[in-house]
Design a protein around this ligand. Structure first.
Ligand SMILES: [Zn+2]
Length: 257
């Protein structure tokens, strides 16, 4: 009997799961990306010709986050990011030759010039800002049509420290100066390939001034009068709970703080 592998089979931003939201087991194909650690686990995109097997369904990944524990989330993140990277590195970025997958490492290699392309993560800072003992700054993303208020976040620029990025993003997006910037936690975030690096900081000075292309509203909210916030399972949710509900959030989020 052929040994079956636990499979992450993606179609765009959706994943194939059974009616209990569990991963299916399939026969491994030669082109599948396999994970070297632990159980036999593979990842691939749904083939164009492939029909969805009976009893399985495509579910948006974001919806699955709430059912997953940390370990599964991290494994799924790796699957998403490695597939994305493999899709985007079919050719050598140095000489243009078609690349080949390395036999044992996660690397795409150029057979002509031997240039190795490795998966990259995009570091991104996210900051929870408090004022006094009972207020938190929350901001509404201009591109998001919902009423959800989140945290200030952005990518690190070349040459910046993480703390520089925290200060710059906050000044750019809401015009405030910060003090006591402290590292909290991190979370891989596979949409598409970010590493969220979480900080907490205190308001120092300034009046809120919105960068309107990015932020449609930002306010200091009382801890007990929060608006709609990001979903449970996201690092933003864990960070907001951490500062507004005290330090017992590890139970709530299973993980990151
Ligand atoms: Zn090359």
């Amino acid at each position: 009997m052929t040994e079956l592998s636990l499979a992450y089979i993606f179609h765009q931003q959706q994943l194939l799961v059974d009616e209990n939201f569990q991963l299916p087991k399939v026969e491994k194909l030669a082109s599948d990306l396999s994970f070297s650690t632990g159980d036999q686990v593979i990842a691939r995109d749904l083939q164009n010709s492939e029909t969805i097997p009976h009893g399985l369904q495509l579910v948006p990944i974001r919806q699955l986050l709430q059912f997953w524990d940390t370990q599964q989330f991290e494994q799924a993140s790796r699957a998403i990011q490695l597939l994305e990277w493999r899709r985007n590195h079919k050719f050598c970025s140095h000489c243009g030759e078609k690349t080949e997958a390395h036999a044992t490492e996660f690397a795409m290699i150029c057979p002509s010039c031997r240039y190795h392309q490795y998966p990259r993560v995009q570091p991104c800072v996210i900051t929870v800002i408090t004022r006094g003992n009972d207020e938190i700054l929350l901001a509404k993303n201009a591109k998001n049509k919902s009423n959800m208020y989140g945290l200030i976040a952005g990518f690190i620029e070349v040459g910046e420290t993480l703390e520089d990025a925290v200060r710059r993003e906050t000044e750019e997006e809401v015009g405030l100066k910060l003090k006591n910037i402290q590292y909290l936690a991190s979370q891989p975030w596979p949409f598409p390939s970010n590493l969220m690096i979480a900080f907490k900081a205190e308001y120092e000075s300034g009046d809120i001034q919105l960068q309107e292309e990015e932020i449609s509203d930002a306010q200091f909210f009382k801890f007990n009068e929060l608006p709609e916030i990001p979903f449970k399972g996201s690092i933003a949710h864990a960070m907001i709970m951490h500062v507004t509900q005290g330090s017992k959030v590890a139970d709530d989020t299973k993980t990151w703080l």
